[in-house]
Design a protein around this ligand. Structure first.
Ligand code: AMP
Ligand code: GLY
Length: 424
């Protein structure tokens, strides 16, 4: 089968590696990919939101499946674009329809879905420029800290958590009236703050049947001890050690099942991943967000733990018979540490030569922002490499990742040294 994968991060390198383990995958193209995917598949220089270019390529290369890594093409409607084009409609797309992708594309849509289907979530209200003063009055009814969320996609920066009431009101006005996040903050969701521990639950669904993939915990802040600016993620661990069968059962019955049933009740086509962001408050799971794709770097620990044939799972998603395929999971723990360019998530330099990858022992290396330049491997983004290791517990796994990272080097390389230190 000829498969086209969209995206260019560590997530896509991990998905590509797993798909290539399948005998069902004869050719894998990645658009646009990175130096890691170039080494195992064929990169093509097409932007994942350029549907017209993707169409020509898919026809020319007789693509038989499209797997979508990032959210942008999904929110822009790539599923519907393929489905409604007579030359492309035979190609299954792994990812939700445009309406389904609104679960990530609009915080307000997600909150309405959660409330409608009685799925536990933080209390909220939403506001526009016309109702900004009502929003300020709503803030006065809440306890600090105040959680303000831009409705639309804001590259992971659209959530503000603010201690001071007056500052929260100012930021609300900045978002709604002064377009702090452009059109993404034309609407703002104000949400009750939940005090608890976060974890991510991943689901693969054909729209009716579903499989729960391993849980993962992400480390979002740039600084050790979870300080500093939010990033796309600085490391991840799977499984999450504090998730026992009782909690998993609650997550399935109260959140996963009603989510998939809600999609059906609302007539929303959804054949892909659902990434459910949860906060556990007093042992009760509460949804803080949906994403309509896998997480990055969570994919770099979740996908390597899948022992089953991923392409076979995707085919079952496309055919609507996911229950006919089994999902086998490696019981060991997996951890990943993200290696980033100094300065990330703000300004950073690119083009730094990366040394030491040939010295890695017993770890998987997933490339994110890398490319080959004049025959050399160089940095090409903020997040550069994810170093994943297995162990009988996460402590053993993380030790291996750090031992290998000691052998890696590039100018201004940075990583967090405390991944997993908060867990027992
Ligand atoms: P999101 O973009 O929705 O993942 O939010 C970014 C981060 O903000 C999350 O990872 C949480 O750490 C935090 N967050 C979001 N919603 C809440 C909430 N209601 N209470 C506490 N923290 C939250
Ligand atoms: N690691 C968080 C995300 O992918 O959104």
């Amino acid at each position: 089968m000829v498969i086209l994968l969209l995206g260019s991060g560590g997530r896509e390198h991990a998905l590509a590696s797993k798909m290539l383990q399948s005998s069902k995958c004869s050719t894998l193209f990645v658009a646009p990919g990175n130096a890691g995917t170039a080494a195992i598949a064929t990169n093509i220089p097409i932007n994942p939101t350029d549907f017209i270019e993707l169409k020509s390529f898919a026809i020319q290369e007789k693509v038989e499946m499209l797997v979508v890594g990032p959210e942008d093409p999904l929110v822009s409607g790539i599923y519907d674009f393929f489905k409604n084009d007579s030359e492309l409609s035979h190609i299954p797309v792994i990812g939700p329809s445009k309406v389904g992708a609104q679960l990530e594309g609009s915080k307000e849509f997600a909150k309405e879905f959660l409330v409608k289907h009685k799925i536990p979530t933080a209390a909220y209200d939403s506001f526009t420029a016309a109702t900004v003063e009502k929003g300020c009055l709503f803030l006065e009814t809440l306890q600090p800290p105040y959680v303000l969320k831009a409705d639309g996609l804001a590259a992971g920066k659209g959530v503000l958590i603010i201690q001071d009431l007056e500052e929260a009101k100012t930021e609300l006005r900045n978002m709604l009236v002064h377009a702090k996040f452009g059109n993404a903050s034309a609407k703002v969701v104000i949400e009750e703050f939940l005090d608890g521990i976060e974890l991510s639950c991943f689901v693969l669904t054909d729209g009716q049947q579903y499989k729960i993939l391993p849980t993962a915990k992400d480390y979002k802040r740039i600084g050790e001890g979870d300080t500093g600016l939010n990033t796309g993620g600085m490391g991840a661990i799977s499984p999450v050690p504090f998730v026992d069968s009782v909690l998993l059962d609650k997550i399935e019955t109260r959140i996963v099942k009603p989510t998939v049933e809600g999609l059906q009740k609302d007539g929303i086509e959804y054949k892909g991943f659902i990434f459910i962001g949860l906060i556990i408050v007093k042992n009760e799971p509460i949804v803080i967000e949906y994403n309509v794709r896998m997480g990055d770097p969570e994919t770099e620990v979740v996908i390597p733990r899948i022992k089953s044939d991923l392409v076979e799972l995707f085919q079952a998603v496309a055919n609507g018979n996911l229950n006919d395929v089994s999902l086998a999971i490696d019981q060991r723990s997996a951890t990943t540490v993200m290696i980033v360019s100094g300065g990330y998530p703000e300004e950073y330099e690119k083009g730094k030569e990366i040394f030491g990858l040939d010295k890695m022992e017993d770890s998987l290396v997933y490339h994110a922002g890398t490319k080959i330049e004049n025959g050399k491997l160089v940095t090409n983004g903020g997040r550069v490499l994810a170093i994943t290791s297995f162990g009988n517990d996460f402590q053993e796994a993380i030790k291996k990742s750090y031992q290998n990272i000691d052998k890696l080097h590039f100018d201004k390389m940075y990583f967090r040294k405390d991944i997993g230190k908060d867990l027992k």
